[in-house]
Design a protein around this ligand. Structure first.
Ligand code: FUB
Length: 313
């Protein structure tokens, strides 16, 4: 009787799973871009295959963060003529019924090389995506910012901005209506530097209670101390006041926690941070897994430190 009661009570009081747990899905998936299209959660990560090549993207969709469907090869280098090698760190956005995937390619180290940030478009979130321009949208260093790690942000007035930048520089630029060009600002410049203190790469921006939150990755991307920090401002152009780190390695769980994005259903109580991290026993720089945690704010709107979990909640 005791065991029957125990089994019945644990059934009645069992909490429904909130996510599929960490990692969210198997495979070396990094730089996860989490985004909500309609009633569906989507994640667009970088994929590193067994040869450490990053020549195509898979995407994952879920109605509930628990059950995931994998969408294979939504874009690959064969469909992007100028992408000779690695494509990574996608940013996804829906506009006027079309789905856009911004990505970095070729990892250029100077303006003499071909590559930078490209844009692909599809009629549905699972692709297949096609290269929109036949060339990069941003192919040069501006203000010292390497054209990688882009994030597309929709401001309150409906304007779209692209934030991007490696090499410890972050730029913001205004996108035109169909994402085929960068629009100059009123002062005639096209790129404004908004690098906050400590910034390395992987910018993310969102608005909450009229405040602009700017988050980024810092530390060495291949090392254990990779982490996420943030700043706040009253405008997308800053000035951004650094608040501090909120996500970092936990020697008991995983190392190298960084390159993240945010999931929040408008009006819902829950906020989530989607990020990658390295299993404790992994040494390969590209062996990173996509994970999720709850993101919480205190009464002043400051982000509380995030705990790395195995359960993913
Ligand atoms: O995946 C390649 C690089 O690793 C990204 O550009 C960085 O943000 C880091 O996550």
């Amino acid at each position: 009787l005791f065991f029957l009661l125990l089994a019945t009570s644990s059934f009645l009081f069992a909490q429904p799973k909130k996510t599929s747990g960490n990692p969210l899905f198997p495979g070396w998936y990094a730089d996860p871009e989490g985004v909500i299209f309609g009633n569906t959660y989507w994640i667009y990560p970088t994929y590193s295959d067994v040869f450490d090549r990053q020549v195509f993207f898979d995407a994952f969709s879920s109605p509930d963060l628990v059950h995931w469907t994998k969408h294979e090869h939504i874009l690959d280098t064969a469909r992007v003529k100028w992408a000779r090698r690695a494509m990574w760190a996608p940013a996804a956005v829906e506009k006027d019924g079309k789905y856009y995937l911004f990505f970095g390619a070729n990892d250029i180290q100077s303006d003499a090389e071909n590559g930078g940030i490209g844009v692909a478009v599809a009629g549905q979130p699972q692709g297949p995506f096609q290269d929109l321009l036949g060339k990069p949208l941003i192919d040069k260093f501006q203000n010292g910012a390497q054209p990688i790690d882009q994030f597309v942000f929709r401001d309150k007035d409906g304007s779209y901005y692209i934030l991007y930048g490696g090499w410890r520089h972050c730029n913001i630029a205004k996108l035109n209506d169909d994402f085929t060009a960068i629009l100059p600002f009123e002062d005639g410049t096209s790129f404004k530097e908004i690098t906050p203190q400590g910034y390395v790469e992987g910018p993310v921006m969102f608005i909450k209670d009229n405040k602009y939150y700017f988050m980024w990755s810092e530390g060495d991307w291949g090392g254990p101390d990779y982490s996420v920090a943030y700043a706040m401002a009253d405008s997308p152009f800053g000035p951004f006041k650094r608040i501090g780190k909120i996500l970092q390695q936990d020697a008991a769980v995983a190392r190298g926690a960084g390159h993240h994005s945010i999931l929040h259903v408008p009006g819902a109580k829950e906020w989530y941070i989607v990020y990658h991290r390295r299993p404790l026993n992994e040494k390969d720089a590209n062996h990173r897994e996509t994970c999720i945690e709850v993101l919480q704010f205190d009464e002043k709107g400051l982000i509380k430190p995030v705990r790395l979990t195995v359960a993913g909640v």
